[in-house]
Design a binder for this molecule. Structure first.
Ligand SMILES: NC(=O)c1ccc[n+]([C@@H]2O[C@H](COP(=O)([O-])OP(=O)(O)OC[C@H]3O[C@@H](n4cnc5c(N)ncnc54)[C@H](OP(=O)(O)O)[C@@H]3O)[C@@H](O)[C@H]2O)c1
Length: 283
């Protein structure tokens, strides 16, 4: 397929580009410098010139805490920017993938969320991503919305790299143990999205790695090769500008049915990533 990727300079954008290229798709990965999704004229011109068979929209404003103090920018990129892509895809008859987040949920129901469960974001970031979902649902019939969570992978600032480096440096760690979710590697998510776009089964999906954990247990797993103390703390002991959901595990039943295969457990994906870091000496 001829695939156009927005936000191709980002952590997921880079992983998607490599994954799709390795599967012999014709990939046009555009970083922000080449396609600013908030520029409608540029979006239309680019889509018209490239005429991809599908657009994967991975560009986003992703600074969860900073969004609380610059909501206009978060909405501009995640809401209006996504609407620009959706309107452009609608005009030219191109299907679209929109990558969304578990932060569209409030985390209060204490069981995994299905794609059809009620959304209620607690943060500006979550609200702005939901605005993007609504734009896709409004303008397109042929789309995949893929909600994911707790991303890490090569080529991006992320929790795994930060904790790994701190543990390597022997720095003691204090990590919250009362927020539950599922870590997801960009490499496995890229495989999921690459499989999904071949199905033609449009809709809203939950695409994370398998299982459930909290940030403390996740940190312990990341630091397990090092002799460093990891202490559990509560969210109230580490106040942050944005409120996070307490339990934002996503139920993947419909994704598993559509793909005809299970997802990789988070522990397995993490082990694969840590091995990759060792082999390639990734920072
Ligand atoms: N990271 C997570 O834990 C997580 C969890 C759930 C869902 N997601 C979603 O997954 C997707 C990928 O996230 P990621 O972790 O790969 O984030 P990322 O590394 O921050 O990548 C996002 C990319 O979008 C670019 N961008 C920002 N504004 C843009 C604009 N106006 N036009 C074009 N590109 C623009 C960013 O460029 P600059 O950096 O130069 O601004 C960055 O390269 C996003 O939709 C995000 O909401 C992420």
């Amino acid at each position: 397929m001829k695939v156009l990727i927005t936000g191709a300079g980002g952590m997921l954008g880079k992983a998607l580009t490599s994954c799709l290229e390795s599967r012999d798709h014709q990939v046009k990965g555009l970083p922000k410098e080449e396609l600013d999704v908030t520029n409608y004229a540029q979006v239309i011109e680019t889509l018209d010139a490239e005429r991809p068979e599908i657009v994967i929209h991975a560009a986003a404003y992703t600074k969860v805490d900073q969004a609380e103090s610059e909501p206009d920018l978060a909405y501009l990129i995640n809401g209006y920017g996504t609407e620009n892509i959706a309107v452009g895809c609608n005009k030219l008859g191109i299907p679209m993938v929109y990558v969304s987040t578990d932060y569209v949920f409030d985390g209060e129901q204490n069981r995994p969320y299905h794609p059809w469960d009620q959304t209620r974001p607690l943060s500006i970031y979550g609200k702005s991503k939901l605005a993007g979902e609504r734009a896709v649902l409004h303008h397109l019939n042929h789309f995949y919305i893929v909600r994911t969570s707790w991303l890490y992978g090569p080529h991006g600032r992320n929790f795994v790299d930060t904790i790994h480096q701190m543990a390597k440096d022997g720095k003691p760690l204090r990590v919250v143990s009362d927020q539950f979710g599922t870590p997801t590697c960009t490499l496995t998510l890229s495989e999921t999205i690459s499989d999904l776009i071949l199905t033609g089964r449009w809709g809203v999906y939950h695409g994370t790695d398998g299982g459930v954990t909290n940030w403390f247990e996740f940190a312990r797993a990341i630091a397990s090769d090092f002799k460093v103390s990891v202490t559990p703390i509560e969210t109230k002991d580490m106040p942050r500008p944005a409120t996070r959901p307490k339990y934002s595990v996503l139920d993947k039943t419909t994704l598993v049915h559509t793909l005809g295969r299970e997802v990789v457990p988070w522990q397995e994906a993490l082990a694969m990533y840590l091995e990759l870091k060792r082999d390639r000496q990734l920072a």
